[in-house]
Design a protein around this ligand. Structure first.
Ligand SMILES: Nc1ncnc2c1ncn2[C@@H]1O[C@H](COP(=O)(O)OP(=O)(O)OP(=O)(O)O)[C@@H](O)[C@H]1O
Length: 244
């Protein structure tokens, strides 16, 4: 679905990613993990078109990103970045902005309602974003991404600020979206969660992709990268990877 070919990217005077190649499999959940500052957000923002790579190219459905028109791209992929602005908007209005690429912000009432409900933000719809807790804001932004209704979702830490129950709820929602055919690339800091919910794990260290594979294939490299241990345990009859 999305292919990174030899991407070098970063900020003025600072190269963060060097020669990163990665194929994000269609219809799967891929978790992007790695120690703080290794370049996960930079990779996601480069994929989302917020940062222009200085070398290499990114293909979406086989076509280079710059060949897409903005709206066309927004219909194909939604990016939920880590640092989010807090515009003076209600939750409902923010969600409606997800319809902007489709040109039906006013008329897509049913879709907006459904997205708010699925993200658990329906009760919050008349509240101002600025007045919400971190977790409530998170749900509002997820509702906007759902409204955009794109096949590829790029999520930068969708579970930040959420308590453990809500983290699981958001990941269940991500899984539901995936079951309906969406491709997900998500930066996840919570390792057990990343390993439990993803089909593939991409591990980054110091601006490079150092491992890619199924959770089972990557667990050992991941533990090393974070300087922890890992083990496969059976909980309620299901195998799970734990880090300690
Ligand atoms: N706007 C910016 N200008 C300059 N350098 C930046 C900018 N944003 C991030 N960086 C630097 O780029 C490097 C990678 O940052 P990035 O946010 O991509 O890492 P990350 O893996 O997502 O980190 P975290 O796990 O802490 O969220 C860091 O050294 C960071 O200081």
């Amino acid at each position: 679905m999305m292919e990174f070919r030899h991407i070098t990217s970063g900020y003025p005077g600072r190269t963060v990613l060097s020669d990163v190649s990665l194929t994000v499999p269609r219809g799967k959940i891929t978790a992007l993990i790695g120690p703080n500052g290794c370049g996960k957000s930079t990779l996601l923002n480069t994929a989302g078109g917020l940062i222009k790579p200085s070398a290499g190219e990114i293909l979406l459905d086989g076509r280079p990103l710059p060949s897409y028109k903005r709206r066309e791209l927004a219909r194909l992929m939604a990016l939920l970045p880590q640092s989010r602005e807090l515009p003076r908007l209600t939750v409902e209005r923010l969600a409606a902005f997800g319809r902007y690429p489709h040109g039906d912000m006013q008329s897509a009432k049913g879709q907006i309602e459904e997205s708010l409900r699925r993200a658990g933000a329906w009760e919050l719809r008349h509240r101002e974003l600025r007045e919400l807790s971190g977790g409530e804001r998170q749900r509002a932004y997820i509702a906007m991404a759902l409204c955009q209704d794109s096949e590829l979702l790029l999520l930068d830490e969708p579970t930040t600020y959420l308590d453990i129950g809500q983290k699981n709820q958001v990941m269940e929602l991500v899984r539901d979206l995936n079951v309906q055919g969406r491709t997900i690339l998500a930066v996840l800091h919570d390792l057990p969660l990343a390993f439990m919910y993803s089909d593939y794990v991409a591990l980054m260290e110091s601006g490079k992709l150092t491992a890619f594979g199924t959770p089972d294939e990557v667990r050992e490299s991941a533990a090393k990268a974070f300087g922890v241990k890992q083990a496969l345990v059976t909980l309620e009859g299901r195998e799970q990877i734990i880090f300690y």
